[in-house]
Design a protein around this ligand. Structure first.
Ligand code: INI
Length: 155
């Protein structure tokens, strides 16, 4: 059996992070967690580009522009959509997720969806660096693994 698996080895990788400023007190922590984890996995900080958008709905377009420009091995999308704080939770969560999946499939570049969708602010805090871990950090690990996996599968 030939088992192919991505490696958590980020040396030589270029990664972009696109973060929504909406619920910035949460999303800043996600960005920090992602950058720290990328560096821990061997990505040179000079090879990380961090871009901010107003909200999650704007993330897919920015991800697409970055991928069209070329150069990044993976893109990480970070944001926070909190049910208790928005009447259009379902819409923002679904549209941003659909946009990201579509760009990843059409481009062939891994796009990691690290957008938190939670029922409460407390749940978002938990997943932004406290007892629920940090979604930015786990997304960074997924980005490094997927970049390696896609490279191994080849074209
Ligand atoms: N954007 C978010 O990133 N999170 C949210 O919870 C949210 N809420 O609550 O609506 C949100 N809305 C803004 C949206 O992403 C766009 O920026 C806005 O609609 C302008 O296009």
């Amino acid at each position: 059996m030939n088992r192919v698996e991505g490696k958590l080895a980020g040396d030589g990788l270029k990664v972009a992070i696109v973060t929504s400023r909406f619920n910035e007190f949460i999303t800043d922590r996600l960005t920090e967690g992602a950058v720290q984890a990328l560096v821990r996995h061997g990505v040179d900080e000079a090879n990380i580009t961090s871009v901010a958008t107003p909200g999650c709905l704007e993330i897919p377009l920015v991800v697409k522009k970055l991928i069209d420009k070329g150069g990044n091995h993976a893109v990480i999308a970070l944001g926070a959509v909190i049910r208790g704080a928005t009447p259009h939770f379902e819409y923002v969560a679904a549209e941003s997720a659909k946009g990201l999946a579509s760009i990843s499939l059409s481009s062939g570049v891994p796009v990691i969806n690290g957008i938190l969708t939670t029922d409460s602010i407390e749940q978002a805090v938990e997943r932004a660096g406290s007892k629920g871990g940090n979604k930015g950090a786990s997304s960074a690990a997924a980005a490094v693994e997927m970049a390696s996996l896609i490279d191994q599968i080849g074209s």
